[in-house]
Ligand binder design. Structure first.
Ligand SMILES: Nc1nc2c([nH]c(=O)n2[C@H]2C[C@H](O)[C@@H](COP(=O)(O)OP(=O)(O)OP(=O)(O)O)O2)c(=O)[nH]1
Ligand SMILES: [Mg+2]
Length: 135
């Protein structure tokens, strides 16, 4: 099966996470973390910075790798590296998505996440928990 290599940004601000709703294609209306396919000879970090610039007209700081999700869709295998990020500059303008929401620990599971993202939500909750307890 074909593997698609993707990077995704878990953008965090004040304990909330930026979730986006896909505006086109096979997974239209599903919720995801913004990002996209890594190009040939591109580092994961460079790919993520490029994708967020394209999709949200925003410059991000790429932080720690939270996890790499491996998931089998019917037609392809997804390998998705998910990084904790913060906004450096820009206003998170939706260039491709149809909606976005800031979600916190209490409502992170309130949207219809894409199938591959479902296992990641618990990991993000643990991450938010751990950063909360440092404050
Ligand atoms: N960006 C992103 N893609 C995800 C997530 N979960 C998930 O299953 N995917 C899948 C959907 C797509 O098959 C693939 C990433 O595709 P994408 O559509 O974001 O790629 P792209 O931005 O490069 O867009 P395109 O040029 O191919 O249209 O990964 C997620 O949280 N974020
Ligand atoms: Mg994308």
């Amino acid at each position: 099966m074909k593997t698609i290599k993707v990077v995704a940004a878990i953008i965090i601000h004040n304990g909330s996470v930026f979730a986006t709703q896909r505006g086109y294609g096979e997974f239209k209306d599903g919720w995801e973390f913004p990002g996209g396919k890594v190009e040939v000879n591109e580092s994961l970090e460079d790919a993520l910075i490029r994708e967020i610039k394209e999709e949200l007209d925003t410059e991000i700081e790429v932080g720690e790798l939270l996890d790499t999700v491996e998931y089998d869709y019917p037609d392809f295998h997804l390998s998705m590296a998910c990084f904790i990020c913060t906004v450096k500059s820009g206003d998170l303008i939706l260039k491709e998505h149809e909606a976005a929401k800031w979600l916190n620990q209490d409502n992170l599971d309130s949207v219809e996440w894409l199938p591959a993202d479902q296992g990641l939500i618990g990991e993000i909750l643990s991450y938010l928990d751990s950063t909360n307890s440092i404050k």
